[in-house]
Design a protein around this ligand. Sequence first.
Ligand code: N1C
Length: 277
Amino acid sequence: MERGVSSMPGKQRRRRCVVLVVVAVLLLIVIIAVAIGVSLQQTPEQEQFKDTFITRCERFKEANCPEIWKVFQQAYVNQDHCKVPAEAYDALVAAAPFTPPCNRMMFWSKTKDVVHDFTEKKDCFVTLEDTLLGEVLDGLTWCGKEGSDETFTSGCPGWSECVDNPVRSFWNRISAAYADVACGEVTAMLNGSIPTPFHPDSIFGSVELKRFNATRVKTLNVVLVTQDNKVTNCTNASLKDLQMELDKGIKYNCKEAPQSQINACSSDPAAPCGSCW
Ligand code: N1C
């Protein structure tokens, strides 16, 4: 009896010890699992980016997608994400050059949704996003980090955070390349619902328009997309600035087109190309 009573605290201590050890082991397991989870988390994110790139690229039958992915990465991987100039993508443009669809090339500024809704429904015009490089990277964000071979999709600098960021430089570079090959009649959809439909700082104003060459481009047709509460028309002062920037020798036209008319026309299979404005 006495021995039993006196041995109880010893047993309790041992039991407490066992419980403590079990708790410590469980804690350790949880910490290790969280650490593994965190370290693995980046991989699916990067894998997903590469998968999207390759899947979209493979829609272009003749493309060597693994090679294009390799050349693309070389532009920004292992670089400070604020020090990627547009020229970093020169090799990428060379690896996936543009074949110009003369008379069908469509440029735009501040009208992304209406343009793509139109080009998706009617096979009349070709935007940069219908080309391999434009389609593969449309809507994506990416950057690298000094000392790392990885592609990151979060923690990348915003559009205005630094000028030489990988996404901004990419659009500047490939927009320049697309405008360089522009030929024949070129169309640009601008936004008539804002006070200045032509902005010199936009990619269209600062890159594309400046590269249209009169030896290749015959006419620039501006389509000013308006809403019911029409804010601007073709006499808008910013459109005078646009004409001043245009290479002499390129003819200029401007037409106002209500968005409802463009939508109705694109949904009408009988409507021919060019009849929507
Ligand atoms: O600055 P923007 O328009 O004038 O650029 C549009 C102009 C188009 O003609 C395209 O050829 O430049 C080209 N372009 C794209 O194709 C493109 N796809 C997606 C430019 N930017 C593009 N993006 C994204 O839209 C890009 O990340 C940037 O943030 C916007 C620019 O749109 P904007 O200001 O309406």
